[in-house]
Ligand binder design. Structure first.
Ligand code: NOJ
Ligand code: CA
Length: 719
């Protein structure tokens, strides 16, 4: 898969006695300075074109021994010195290297990705104990990645992380797009404020109510997008989160210093490490042009190459689903209210009286299959097909779903036959209700059941408090659970789209069967009260720095009371905005989430969703300002067809688009779907205009996005 690999290894110095080292990015724009303070505390700083991005910031860990308080092999008797992996260091060795490789992702925003960096590896040794820790820095043309490595050594084999002490000292009171540093949900609306304003807005961001006191320290989640007063865009995140706790960032809002704050486990520990071992990469993406943040592939590049030998079964897909009708409350996941006959574990569903609102019936699913076949969708997701939804929230029973037993009105074999006859694949649903051990126990049987019945993709979910009790959604143990499921799924040739799992960190490079994650506030919240109208302009800069999102766009009916009279939510997006997201919000898995009957009302707009691709050879970021607008053009895999999407925030936006990326000298037809001049996400969301014009690579287009709106364009060569 590797086109060309050039690796130089230059041993820079045998650095005994040295206390500093410097690294430059391949283009020279970035300078990283590493140095030891007088007490042996490692620090780093980062500049971009001479501007300070990260002021001198500390590195290291506070650690403790095993349950008995022992450090294997460590002879230091002083407790204080034992617990420190943050000072008393000397540089034992430094090495630099350069790397330049172009690789091909299995699916993605482009067909080739360049991984080009200079590397500095600093081996540190603690004077008294002889313990070693290596810090590896990789400086790319668009930013920095660094991680900790714990080499195999007698002096430090097993240890517990009390806290990671990595700092990111900001050079000013930047504007930030943030969500609070929760351990169990990422499904927040984003707040845009200065760093100095986060404290005042924190409680409100968590609870929506300023009178409540938040239980978390003043902290934010990554990916965190910032903008400095002088117009520098800075993004902090992590890459390759494997066998480690997920990182939030606490904020010292007097000096604007972020510090790593790892998700605790049930005991309050931040991680159990056995050397040799490495931390995830900490990433800093920087540019004066917001488009470069979206174009950065640092997160993917810092992950290991693909570990799946045969990837022929991994396929991007557009899908519909028996889903929105339950989310809006029009129908139900469950089958019965008859609790006298239904008790999980000893259920007798056949004898239970159905409540009549069950959505996943054979008949209803066939309607969705027909619609998918008619309009060219590859997949149909069905939720609520399996027993257990009656008391799935009841954690007093450490047994919930078994993932293999359908409700009496869902005929697995018949639906397999029917879907196959129509050329459609059913997509499995596994709601685990966050009972991770229960899921692990059933996983082989559940995946085998899928294979036996023609399913090759699963949407999994982790709603509610974690079991085992006291664990958090993003602690090391649970992070390992998600990884275990993805790797086991690969053994079964199953694609995974995990909801409520830890936010992605580019692991889809290594395991491209991880084709989707939710891990942020998705479309479902449009039916739970609504999302902010600039959400679509923010997600690519925040949540999506780690990987694709199963946002499930495509809602054409904004008035949810039309589906369920008891639900008064309003979808804060115009129809044109929903179309645009198929391009602006990259995902190899795209849902058309609304009900078939709503698509039948707007067949001309629906045409764009039918046409748009899900896999790409080339992407151009045409304009971007997080929170305000962004416009992206992509060329569909293996074709000359281009799709453009543009979304706006709370203000209307007109994009001037140069079509100079079109095939030279060829006449093409562009179909433009845009908000009508009087469209508005609240008051007039269904007002769109569709036009067709002839264009060439010399043409310019103007496209209009209303408040909370957007536009979408499909361009095909005229043959
Ligand atoms: C939350 C998920 O995000 C949603 O898509 C799903 O339908 C429900 N959980 C039920 O599993
Ligand atoms: Ca969710």
């Amino acid at each position: 898969m590797t086109k060309k690999t050039i690796i130089f290894l230059i041993i820079m110095s045998l650095a005994i006695g040295l206390s500093a080292a410097t690294l430059k990015s391949p283009n020279g724009n970035f300078t990283l300075d590493f140095s030891l303070q007088n007490d042996g505390t490692p620090t780093y700083s980062l500049t971009y074109k001479g501007k300070t991005v990260i002021k001198p910031s500390k590195l290291g860990f506070e650690i403790k021994g095993d349950q008995n308080g022992d450090f294997s092999g460590a002879w230091v008797t002083d407790k204080e010195a034992q617990s420190s992996l943050h000072s008393n260091f000397q540089i034992a060795d430094t090495k630099t290297a350069a790397f330049d490789e172009t690789w091909k992702p299995v699916w993605g925003e482009e067909k080739e990705i360049r991984n080009h960096y200079n590397e500095l590896a600093v081996l540190l040794k603690q004077q008294q104990s002889n313990r070693q820790m290596l810090i590896r820095f990789r400086l790319f043309n668009d930013g920095l990645g660094f991680r900790y490595e714990f080499p195999e050594q007698k002096e430090l084999t097993y240890f517990i992380i009390e806290e990671e002490l990595t700092q990111f000292a900001m050079a000013g009171d930047h504007k930030a797009i943030w969500i609070p540093g929760d351990y169990d949900t990422q499904e927040y609306d984003y707040t845009i404020s200065k760093l100095s304003e986060i404290r005042g807005l924190f409680a409100k961001a968590i609870t929506g109510n300023t009178s409540q006191t938040p239980i978390y320290p003043l902290s934010v989640q990554t990916s965190l997008q910032m903008k400095s007063a002088e117009g520098l865009y800075i993004n902090l995140h992590e890459a390759a989160l494997i066998n480690f706790s997920c990182m939030n960032l606490t904020l010292d809002d007097r000096d604007f210093i972020f510090q790593a704050h790892l998700t605790p486990d049930a005991q309050g520990n931040k991680g159990h490490i056995q050397a040799p071992s490495v931390s995830p990469w900490r990433t800093v993406i920087v540019s004066e042009d917001a488009r470069d943040i979206l174009a950065s592939r640092i997160t993917l590049n810092l992950n290991e190459p693909c570990k799946i030998a045969d990837v022929s079964w991994i396929k991007p897909v557009k899908y519909i689903g028996v889903w929105w009708e339950m989310i809006t409350g029009k129908s139900e996941w469950s089958y019965t209210n008859d609790f006298s006959t239904v008790q999980i574990g000893i259920s007798d569903y056949a004898a239970a009286k159905p409540h009549g609102r069950h959505a996943a019936t054979t008949e209803n699913v066939k309607k969705y299959i027909d619609f998918a076949a008619k309009h060219g969708f590859g997949g149909v997701l069905v939720e609520g097909w399996n027993i257990g939804w009656e008391d799935w929230f009841d954690k007093s029973k450490d047994f919930v779903f078994d993932f293999v037993t359908p409700y009496p009105d869902f005929d697995v074999k018949e639906l397999h036959r029917y879907a196959k006859s129509k050329g459609v694949k059913l997509i499995m649903h596994h709601e685990t209700s966050a009972s991770t051990r229960n899921y692990e126990r059933h996983l082989d049987a559940a995946y085998q059941f899928m294979k036996d019945n023609g399913y090759d993709a699963v949407k999994s979910g982790y709603v509610g408090d974690m079991l085992p009790r006291g664990e958090h959604h993003y602690s090391q143990w649970i992070v390992n659970h998600y990884q275990y499921c993805v790797e086991k799924a690969a053994d079964y040739q199953i694609m995974v789209n995990a909801h409520e799992a830890v936010r992605p960190t580019g692991i889809c490079r290594t395991y491209p069967n991880l084709i989707g994650n939710e891990s942020a506030r998705g479309t479902e919240y449009q039916a739970f009260g609504g999302n902010t109208a600039n959400h679509a302009t923010v997600l690519p800069f925040t949540r999506q720095i780690g990987g694709p999102m199963d946002y499930t766009p495509g809602i054409f009916e904004q008035d949810i009371s039309k589906l369920n009279p008891n639900n008064h939510s309003h979808v804060n997006a115009t129809i044109a905005n929903q179309l645009a997201m198929y391009v602006t919000l990259y995902s190899p898995l795209q849902m058309a989430a609304d009900l078939p009957e709503n698509y039948d009302r707007f067949p001309d707009a629906f045409q764009f969703i039918k046409d748009v691709a899900v896999d790409w050879d080339e992407t151009r970021y045409l304009e971007a300002e997080p929170g305000e607008y962004l416009t992206i053009a992509r060329r569909a895999k293996g074709t000359n067809d281009w799709y453009i999407g543009g979304v706006s925030g709370y203000n209307a936006h007109t994009a001037d688009i140069k079509l100079d990326f079109l095939p030279k000298g060829k006449t093409c037809e562009a179909t433009i779907y845009q908000d009508a001049p009087n469209a508005h996400y609240k008051t007039n969301p269904q007002a769109y205009v569709i036009s067709k014009i002839k264009v060439t690579d010399k043409s310019k287009l103007k496209a209009f996005a209303a408040p909370g709106g957007g536009f979408a364009v499909s361009i095909k060569e005229v043959k």
